[in-house]
Design a protein around this ligand. Structure first.
Ligand SMILES: Nc1nc2c(ncn2[C@@H]2O[C@H](COP(=O)(O)OP(=O)(O)O)[C@@H](O)[C@H]2O)c(=O)[nH]1
Ligand SMILES: [Mg+2]
Length: 367
């Protein structure tokens, strides 16, 4: 790193697609800055054109994206991104979000970081976020509506965590939350659990207090079958695109709601499990973000893009289906909006390849 005398704290927030990582990244970055620390962010995806990066960059924060491969398979990309954020933002704290379908981060990221960056980085415990409804289903021995191999990734993420963050506490009663916590104690003994709501802010400061002090990252290494892991990723169609939209006094909120509803109906009709579909419609002045993290009832919207003639749509979809079918469904849902001119700026559709980590440590490195 450029300034060798200054150590930077790295907080890695993992967890399955749609768990709330990006929401927490923004909320915690804001709080860390309020505490007087310079803060930067690192995002990660299998392809460029990431909604998360566009969203987080709007808030005058230094955000560097590692795209085209996950952190574990592009360790050098992660190091470059950390250096970039550190030098540009003079960051005291960097918060990073790995790809939601990734696991084995303790062996492939945390141990190599501890081994190679000792003098430059203070690495906080690996926090793994979970959506409480998916988590409950997984703990009950089911697959949370996911392909069994994708559910396997979800379980492995929990197993390797230093700390489990049950997010969206605002959606559950106290009784339901206590039941979840008790079940984690039985199914994943020894796990540290925090309850938070990235949305309302509940629990974030308590979690951050720990993150800012501790350096016991990557205490656990898991056994993992890379064939099952690879299948869990490969069952996902992965689409990232940016499209310029023009029309006559278009109500962008209406467009966004209709478009996501159409996509959701199509996915539900063919019973394709949604990992996460996220879209951002941005005009010169405003934006609306829409999310779908499962069936239609998980749809939600934030912000408003108003009425105007032009907007840019960034769409990220991770859905259990072939990339070809996903492309077709997105095209069909776009074609319905006949009054709009659509110019594709970027379009990448794929199915993630087998994870081939740069490093994979088989022992825990002392922090
Ligand atoms: N109710 C509720 N929703 C949340 C919370 N945190 C995130 N979400 C929603 O969960 C969805 C996925 O969030 P995001 O941060 O993009 O998840 P990521 O895929 O893990 O980065 C979005 O619709 C968020 O608005 C929370 O604490 N409570
Ligand atoms: Mg995210």
């Amino acid at each position: 790193m450029q300034n060798r005398t200054k150590t930077t704290r790295l907080i890695l927030v993992g967890g399955f697609l749609g768990a709330g990582k990006t929401t927490l990244l923004w909320e915690s970055a804001r709080r860390v800055m309020e505490r007087g620390y310079k803060t930067g962010l690192v995002t990660n995806d299998q392809a460029p054109e990431l909604v998360d990066t566009v969203f987080l960059s709007q808030n005058s924060l230094e955000v560097t994206e590692v795209s085209g491969s996950c952190f574990c398979c592009n360790f050098d990309g992660l190091i470059d991104a950390l250096k970039n954020v550190k030098s540009k933002a003079e960051a005291d704290v960097i918060i990073a979000e790995p790809v939601g379908s990734c696991t084995d981060l303790s062996a492939t990221i945390l141990q190599p970081l501890k081994d190679n960056m000792k003098s430059e980085l203070l690495v906080s415990p690996l926090s793994v976020m979970a959506d409480p409804l998916r988590l409950q289903d997984i703990l009950d021995g089911r697959n949370a509506g996911l392909h069994p191999s994708a559910a396997y990734i979800f379980r492995k993420q929990l197993e390797e965590s230093d700390l489990i963050l049950i997010n969206k506490s605002d959606l559950l009663s106290q009784n339901e939350l206590s039941r979840l916590k008790k079940q984690i104690g039985i199914n994943l003994p020894g796990s540290e659990v925090h309850m938070i709501s990235a949305k309302t802010g509940e629990g974030i400061d308590v979690w951050l207090d720990e993150m800012m002090q501790r350096t016991d990252a990557g205490k656990r290494l898991i056994e993992i079958d890379y064939d099952v892991y690879a299948e869990g990723e490969a069952v996902l169609g992965w689409l990232n695109s940016t499209i310029a939209l023009t029309g006559d006094s278009v109500d962008w909120d209406k467009f966004t709601k209709k478009f996501l509803k159409q996509l959701s109906e199509k996915f539900d009709r063919i019973e394709a499990a949604v990992g996460h579909v996220k879209l951002l419609v941005k005009t010169k002045k405003d934006y609306i973000i829409a999310n779908l993290t499962g069936k239609a009832e998980t749809m939600n919207f934030r912000g408003s893009a108003g009425v105007s003639d032009e907007a840019k749509l960034t769409l990220n979809a991770r859905v259990e289906m072939s990339p070809y079918l996903l492309e077709q469904i997105v095209h069909e849902a776009l074609d319905v909006h006949r009054g709009l001119t659509k110019k594709v700026i970027a379009w990448k559709c794929l199915s993630p390849g087998r994870p081939r980590p740069t490093f994979r440590y088989d022992k825990v490195i002392r922090g």
